[in-house]
Design a protein around this ligand. Structure first.
Ligand code: AMP
Ligand code: ZN
Length: 113
């Protein structure tokens, strides 16, 4: 684990976060700068820098299954929701610990900005 990584700090209980869901493999928190009425981050507990750094493909099912489970539990299916992974600074990744954005509660444009 990277002790300077802000999401590792949260996973380790050393960083403040509003945690909605947690299991052995993932933690789901509220984004501190929400871009939609619902803006959550699904974070694997094991440090992986980005989508491009994934070595174990089960990481995808772990984070995506958790995202869908939380979305269902929050009743987001009917209104729809968006799952986003920014990979690399050029795509807007600012925290170098893999995370899936779960966004809902408003109409989303396409293509994304
Ligand atoms: P990205 O730009 O795709 O890397 O997304 C990083 C997201 O993490 C941004 O939406 C930030 O607002 C959010 N963020 C950064 N630090 C924290 C934190 N300590 N707690 C909750 N969300 C955070
Ligand atoms: Zn980390």
């Amino acid at each position: 684990m990277d002790h300077e990584c802000p999401f590792c700090r949260i996973v380790q209980g050393r960083g403040k976060a509003d945690i909605l869901y947690s299991d052995n493999d993932v933690v789901v928190i509220r984004d501190i700068h929400p871009k939609a009425p619902v803006h959550l981050l699904v974070i694997p507990k094991r440090h992986v820098g980005s989508a491009d750094d994934i070595e174990d493909p089960s990481t995808w099912s772990t984070v995506m299954d958790a995202a869908v489970k939380v979305a269902r539990e929050l009743g987001l299916r009917e209104g729809g929701y968006r799952l986003v992974v920014n990979c690399g600074a050029g795509a807007g990744q600012t925290v170098n610990h893999l995370h899936v954005h779960l966004l809902a509660g408003r109409v989303f444009g396409w293509p994304p900005g």
